[in-house]
Design a binder for this molecule. Structure first.
Ligand code: PLP
Length: 384
């Protein structure tokens, strides 16, 4: 049996994989079992912030692995505390809860909103069309895309999807639903790399303040340097009550984090939430190494690379639009996104899909030469 057949025989059929087995990699290059070398514009869906086998991250992770790999949250461990201190120092948040994925980080935010609303009898959370918040039942209900809901009803109660970039629709929903929170992505990633209008965002934040609603920002994809800032809300001068993050935070190991400010800092008490694996010392040691290296110099580099990609693609006849920020870019093409992605794969470039667009999430430290080669392959693949 081939590897593909063994996968089909015994792995649950949730993924439509590309016909490629990855056997290794180095930085922004991945090696295939077919002997091919692939330029990586996916970073494991925005996870491998500094590429594959980044030496400094690897050293931090293996050092911790050599001490102890896990203890549970019954005891104190330094790596999680050190990481929480660093995240709070860099964001002004007061408290952090660690979990293992984006969906779990959002579940924690949803539970916090329920706690916050308890006194006033409010529990509904507004989310936006074309958003994506995860695959668990509650985060699926929060996800503003019908196609993910099909077959899984009834979903948990208390989530209302509202049109994005329409402040009147948001105001009307607030009056009708009396919600406790608004949850949003500043750039909707899985929905197609769709940035929210700045005017809508600031009006929405203002509305949350007026109505004593929590502003929850899902930075699972936009966070950790991806958009040219530690977190994308910081560039926008927003003051969220809760921020969730995951993907790039771990640099490759599973970790999620939910950050709390002000009135949400004290919501959880012993027993009200928890996780067996959350705050895992190996994942936290790696994440601490990553976060420390996300600095202004790197953000400037991210913006430069972003401008280069946008410039190159804007002049390409096969490209109709480029959206997004930093190294989180969505590319609309004349050919179907699937055709472009498959052609890129054949030519040694890995790219992602989001909505009907090609999505690029390369490692933030991708060398200029690989970036240029990758963009040139992409340009050619958008032409029929
Ligand atoms: C990927 C993603 C999630 C879900 O993260 P998992 O780690 O797959 O659970 C949630 N929100 C956003 C914005 C994402 O991009």
């Amino acid at each position: 049996m081939t590897l593909f057949e063994r996968d089909a025989a015994h792995i649950a059929g949730t993924y439509a994989r590309y016909p490629l087995e990855i056997t290794g990699g180095e930085g922004s290059l991945l090696y295939g079992a077919d002997g091919g070398e692939y330029i990586d514009f996916t970073a494991g869906i925005g996870v491998n912030i500094f590429g594959t086998r980044d030496p400094a991250w690897l050293a931090a992770v293996t050092e911790q692995l050599g001490k102890f790999q896990h203890t549970s949250n019954l005891y104190y461990t330094e790596p999680a505390i050190r990481l929480a201190e660093e995240l709070c120092r860099r964001t002004g948040a007061g408290k952090v809860f660690f979990s293992n994925s984006g969906a779990e980080a959002n579940e924690c935010a949803i539970k916090a909103a329920r706690l916050y609303g308890e006194a006033t009898g409010r529990y509904r959370i507004l989310t936006l069309e074309w958003s994506f918040h995860g695959r668990t039942l509650a985060t699926l209900a929060a996800t503003g895309q019908e196609r993910f809901h099909r077959h899984f009803n009834p979903l948990p109660d208390g989530f209302v999807t509202v049109a994005a970039n329409d402040i009147d629709a948001l105001r009307a929903a607030v009056l009708k639903e009396d919600p406790v929170a608004l949850m949003l992505e500043t750039v909707r990633g899985e929905g197609g790399v769709l940035p929210l209008d700045p005017e809508f965002l600031s009006a929405a934040a203002e509305l949350c303040r007026e109505r004593d609603m929590l502003l929850i920002i899902d930075e699972v994809q936009t966070g950790n340097g991806r958009t040219g800032a530690l977190y994308s809300y910081q560039k926008r001068g927003l003051e969220p009550d809760i921020v969730t993050t995951a993907k790039g935070l771990g640099g490759g190991l599973p970790i999620g984090a939910t950050l709390f400010w002000g009135r949400t800092e004290g919501l959880f008490t012993p027993g009200s939430h928890g996780s067996t694996f959350g705050g895992n010392p190996v994942a936290c040691a790696g994440a601490y190494n990553i976060v420390q290296r996300l600095d202004e110099k790197l953000f400037a580099e991210v913006e430069e690379k972003s401008a280069y990609i946008k410039r190159e693609l804007a002049s390409s006849p096969g490209v109709t639009e480029v959206r997004g920020e930093g190294l989180m870019l969505g590319v609309s093409t004349r050919r179907s996104a699937d055709a472009v992605i498959n052609e890129c794969l054949r030519r040694g470039l890995l790219v992602l899909k989001a909505g009907d667009s090609v999505r690029l999430l390369p490692p933030l430290n991708i060398p200029g030469e690989l970036l240029e080669r990758g963009v040139s392959i992409l340009k050619e693949c958008t032409l029929k």
